[in-house]
Write a protein that binds this ligand. Structure first.
Ligand code: NAI
Ligand code: CS2
Length: 493
């Protein structure tokens, strides 16, 4: 079978007779207006799709230079196909396919850090966006401060010319732009972090102050780090997805991405320079994205994490399987309604909640619970613990959030209720496993104490909330004694 690339695209378009949407603009005319760090599935199915719309409408300033900060696999897959790839949108009944032309180059930072810096310091580059996962920010998840002892940060402070971390690249490129008389680019975090722009700004400034105080002052005055709320479920791509896309395309695509029809992007409209008219592609430009972003992190992602840990323990593999279980649906619905929504200010929360459940039921996504369960130490502070803190302050209930935490502690044991073992994927995996399992099963309170003592997740305040920790202990005992479903039913009654 032929390979997707610039040459094969025209014949694909003719063959598919309008069923596959392909770029009709001249890709060679694109300027490299955006450098994107973290060329994973999400960027390619979300921000790149909005940008593709802008390019197809005729504004060719916004070609994307994609950068992998870790592995060469994405670049190796995409380079032989001229960086074209397919987005397969599944609504559960049908698929629709779009070939994206926005990605003009894919670089691998460890192979060529100088090429990445060159792209970031090009006068055409106005935006550096990021989807580097929560752990890519090298921050303490509880306090939000930069981990100066993180190996990548420690490296970049010494060897600034060949950075490893996203923050090292951003600060080095901004220093070079300042030295060259260029304006700063806008830094656009698109990760699931609380106040992702403000967070990136404070980490960047903390790093820059160590390098050059005058540089930090310039970034503070001239730089822009808008907050964003990003939402589209994008599971990792499997070989079955590749076969399905090839069958439709009539050509091999080594790394297509698949996603749901829903897509939302709320962006604070404060850029340091020009930006694409993403609003024409459906993005919402606002003054303050935080109400949207808080609701999304605590509701969608909070529910996802509860489904991931509790569902995995029961033995489910995917989100749609877990949400089909009446006990799970009932639990997650009441968790959102009674314990998450009271502290949120986004409009129309009840309809937002209903829409989430429809999205979770999309079985065509085959969204693996294991993917969501990854990196809990980096995710849970913003997904669950912020709701817990708000409720402890306001007097709203915390029973289900405590139950979810107890479920996570059981999950950290590494074995589900059917006896199946799984791997805990988390930068703190060993510490977490040890804390959750160091004590005998009879002593749930020692396990809760040990887990809550991990300050980078829980801070210092939550372990000093005896009524709340007692709830977690009680649920941990109940799950261990009765299993998740029975304990959950008792908790939801
Ligand atoms: P992915 O696994 O396809 O890609 C992750 C990317 O992050 C890769 O480019 C990888 O090299 C990079 N990365 C991983 N660890 C890193 C580190 N320590 N430092 C720097 N870069 C690192 O994942 P995907 O689906 O692209 O998701 C990435 C992020 O996008 C998520 O963590 C989340 O913050 C955000 N997001 C994802 C959504 C999804 O449904 N997949 C939806 C909304 C946001
Ligand atoms: C998920 C998210 O992997 C996870 O942790 O909760 O990536 C989720 O799919 C997205 O945030 C949806 O927008």
């Amino acid at each position: 079978m032929m390979r997707l690339n610039n040459d094969s695209m025209a014949s694909l378009a003719a063959r598919a007779a309008g069923e596959i949407s392909v770029p009709a603009y001249r890709r060679a005319s694109l300027e490299a207006g955006i450098v994107h760090l973290g060329l994973g599935a999400f960027h390619r199915a979300h921000q790149a799709v909005y940008t593709e719309h802008v390019l197809r409408a005729g504004d060719h300033r916004w070609g994307i230079v994609g950068v992998s900060l870790r592995r060469a696999d994405t670049s190796q897959a995409l380079a032989p196909q001229d960086n074209l790839y397919t987005v397969d949108v599944r609504d559960g009944a049908t698929d629709s396919f779009q070939v994206i032309g926005a990605l003009i180059t894919s670089l691998v930072a460890p192979q060529s850090p100088a090429a990445v810096l060159e792209a970031m310091t090009d006068p055409h580059c106005h935006i550096v966006s990021l989807t580097i996962t929560e752990k890519g920010y090298c921050r303490n998840p509880a306090s939000g401060t930069l981990q100066f002892d993180h190996p990548d940060i420690a490296h970049d402070l010494v060897d600034a010319a060949a950075p490893r971390s996203a923050i090292g690249f951003v600060v080095r490129a901004l220093a070079q732009r300042r030295a060259g008389g260029l304006r700063p680019f806008t830094v656009l975090s698109c990760d699931n972090l609380p106040s992702n722009g403000d967070t990136m700004r404070s980490l960047t400034l903390a790093f820059a102050r160590e390098v050059d105080v005058a540089l930090a002052g310039w970034i503070e005055r001239e730089g822009a780090f808008p907050n964003t709320m990003v939402d589209r479920i994008v599971p990792f791509t499997t070989d079955a997805d590749r076969l399905r896309v090839a069958a439709q395309l009539g050509a091999d695509d080594a790394w297509p991405v698949m996603t749901e029809p829903f897509s939302q992007w709320v962006i604070e409209d404060r850029f340091a320079g020009p930006r694409p008219a993403w609003e024409r592609a459906g993005a919402t430009l606002v003054d303050d994205a935080r109400p949207y972003e808080q609701a999304k992190l605590r509701m969608l992602n909070g529910a996802h994490s509860a489904l991931a840990y509790l569902g995995s323990l029961i033995g489910y593999d995917t989100v749609d399987q877990a949400i089909a279980a009446p006990a799970m649906l009932n639990f997650v619905e009441s968790m959102l309604r009674d314990e998450v929504e009271p502290s949120l200010s986004r409009p129309a929360l009840a309809s937002y909640r209903a829409e989430l459940f429809t999205r979770f039921r999309n079985a065509a996504l085959d969204h693996r619970l294991h993917q969501i369960a990854t990196d809990g130490s980096q995710k849970l502070p913003q997904r669950w613990l912020e709701s817990v803190r708000a409720n402890l302050k306001s007097g709203a209930p915390t029973e289900r959030l405590a139950f979810a935490l107890a479920g996570w502690i059981v999950y950290l044991g590494g074995r589900d209720e059917t006896g199946r073992a799984y791997k805990i994927a988390d930068p703190l995996a060993d510490t977490l496993h040890e804390a959750a399992c160091a004590t005998s099963h009879a002593d749930a309170s020692a396990a809760v104490q040990a887990v809550f003592a991990i300050e980078s997740i829980f801070g210092q305040d939550l372990r000093a909330q005896p009524p709340f920790t007692a709830q977690v202990v009680r649920h941990l005992d109940a799950i261990r004694a009765q299993g998740v479903v029975k304990a959950m039913d008792a908790c939801t009654d």
